[in-house]
Design a protein around this ligand. Structure first.
Ligand SMILES: Cc1cc2nc3c(=O)[nH]c(=O)nc-3n(C[C@H](O)[C@H](O)[C@H](O)COP(=O)(O)OP(=O)(O)OC[C@H]3O[C@@H](n4cnc5c(N)ncnc54)[C@H](O)[C@@H]3O)c2cc1C
Length: 503
């Protein structure tokens, strides 16, 4: 069995540690921050507990599959609550709201009120999305790509299924729906992927199957419980963790990864290295120029997923107008996406998201209080001053009060922390401070996304949101499974049935 070093304790790094440890490898994980979890981190302040990043527990089937691989059961680690409603949408243009339940019996009448006769079209759209999800899971999501031919075969398979999913999401959705409101509801899950409907292939309509038909869950205690579960399982399999320990270089010998150098200058030998760090950072800072596989031009041409302005708010009041997940949709959808992706600037009329986990979980805020997580997607790489950020945040609080029916919000905020582009860059070495990584455009999907194995250095692997399949907590679990398959030499495209039995 090999001595394996994992750089970074985000979801992908932790999940790889679990799988490789369970396989019997000697695994050591280095995390530069004080806490494990990466973007899925958590902090406590003045009686409030805040999940710092992910808040939507989606794709429960993927979690189940992952835990099963390790001989574990999700319910032994997480107490999941299915949210009802799944989320509430606030439309800025007329102040109306709709609740979505991930239940067609309730959701079709809701959408019929927005667009008469939409029911059969929604069913047909979702039936395609489901078919797409099944193809994706069996052939695409868990697949390691080695050549363009792999992708061409996949493309033919999908074309063969008569799903025209390589056109942009916006035009695909417009074939089914006419009302702007319904189109926004169908397109919003792309924001989870850090993408714009104008640039993302309709392949990702699978997100609607996940959203409408699989439901939205919450692990009691918060999303950080997922991190705690992964750490627990990894420790069970003997993984050694070093936090506050930065890797400053990947050592190579004759184009083979042979160890790492730590921030204090110590050099440690390993047989293999798996980097969960930002892929741009790993390539440009941890590898010598001759070991890199991408040019500066390559990085300049990437489309980055948005960054964000996040406000963590402790509020000494509760608000009936909010449910657990709340989305405020901007009036000019197109302009908002343009200000994030094409002409970067602080959005004039942004869509934004408010999570109020205290609606479901009494442990995350004192009684009679709410812990609100407010996220405004903004372009990566934006520059700002502290004062400018404060000013913009104040504007957003005014927007919340006015358009999400939160009177008195500002005067009841007793704790506030702002987090934005520079924080992502500092805390996670994130390229241009992107919150999510590389966007899911067609040119950054599957074979066109950075691969999980280095082309230039043997025994160097990548795991996490910037490699395949991409962004999101469950997706990073899949990424770990894919790296595991590579290292174990398992050439199976579908999800693995049971890692332990293949030992
Ligand atoms: C605000 C926000 C909201 C989100 N919402 C959701 C959601 O609701 N649902 C969902 O499923 N997903 C969501 N996501 C996406 C999801 O959180 C991420 O895709 C996922 O957590 C990324 O995991 P990762 O494996 O790429 O590792 P990362 O989280 O990127 O962690 C990488 C780790 O590597 C460490 N590291 C980097 N360089 C070094 C080095 N040289 N030495 C040592 N350590 C190093 C970093 O400190 C970091 O801890 C959200 C993300 C954000 C930011």
């Amino acid at each position: 069995m090999a001595r394996i070093c994992i750089i970074g304790g985000g979801i992908g790094g932790l999940a790889s540690a679990c799988l490789l440890g369970a396989r019997g490898h000697e695994v050591t994980l280095y995390e530069k921050n004080t806490q494990l979890g990466g973007r899925a981190n958590r902090f406590e302040a003045e009686g409030f507990t805040f999940d710092m990043g992910p808040s939507w527990y989606l794709m429960p089937d993927v979690f189940e599959n992952f835990f099963h691989l390790l001989g574990e059961r999700v319910e032994e680690h997480l107490t999941l609550t299915k949210l009802s409603p799944s989320y509430r949408i606030f439309f800025k243009e007329d102040g109306s709201t709709v609740d979505m339940y991930s239940d067609l019996n309730t959701d079709i009448p809701t959408l019929e009120a927005l667009e008469a006769g939409v029911g059969p079209r929604l069913k047909s759209y979702l039936s395609n999305a489901q078919q797409q999800y099944e193809i994706a899971k069996a052939e695409f999501m868990y697949k390691n790509y080695d050549s363009l031919l792999d992708f061409i075969n996949l493309r033919s398979l999908i074309y063969g299924s008569k799903l025209s999913v390589f056109s942009p999401m916006e035009s695909y959705v417009s074939r089914y729906f006419t009302s702007e409101k319904v189109k926004k509801i169908i397109q919003y899950p792309l924001v989870f992927l850090g993408s714009s409907p104008y640039k993302t292939p309709a392949l990702y309509s699978i997100m609607n199957h996940i959203d409408f038909e699989m439901g939205v869950y919450y692990p009691q205690g918060g999303m950080y419980e997922v991190v705690k579960a992964l750490v627990r399982i990894a420790q069970k399999h003997g993984v050694i963790f070093h936090t506050e320990t930065e890797v400053s270089r990947i050592i190579t010998t004759h184009k083979r990864a042979t160890g790492v150098e730590l921030g204090n200058g110590e050099r440690v030998s390993y047989d293999m290295v798996v980097s969960n760090g930002d892929i741009h950072y790993t390539e440009t800072q941890l590898l010598a120029p001759e070991d890199r596989q991408f040019s500066q031009k390559y990085w300049e041409m990437r489309t980055l997923a948005p960054s964000a302005l996040i406000m963590y708010l402790g509020v000494k009041k509760t608000f009936d107008s909010l449910t657990h997940h709340n989305l405020l949709f901007s009036e000019d959808w197109k302009q908002n996406f343009a200000e994030i992706f094409d002409d970067p600037q602080w959005p004039t009329d942004p869509s934004l998201y408010v999570c109020a986990p205290s609606k479901t979980d009494p442990t995350v805020a004192p009684e009679g209080h709410e812990n609100l997580f407010v996220l405004v997607p903004v372009a990566s790489g934006l520059e700002y001053t502290e004062k400018g950020l404060e000013h913009y945040a104040e504007r957003m609080l005014d927007t919340l009060e006015e358009h999400m029916n939160l009177p008195g919000l500002k005067e009841n905020v007793i704790y506030k922390r702002l987090y934005s582009v520079e924080d992502f860059a500092r805390d996670y070495y994130s390229y241009q401070g992107t919150a999510l990584g590389l966007a899911h455009t067609m040119r950054q999907t599957a074979i066109f996304r950075p691969n999980n194995v280095s082309r230039t250095v043997d025994n160097l692997f990548y795991v996490g949101a910037n490699t395949n399949p991409g962004i999101g907590v469950p997706i990073c679990l899949i990424s770990a499974e894919m790296v595991y398959k590579r290292i174990a030499g398992i050439d199976i495209d579908a999800p693995l049935a049971d890692v332990l039995s293949s030992k």
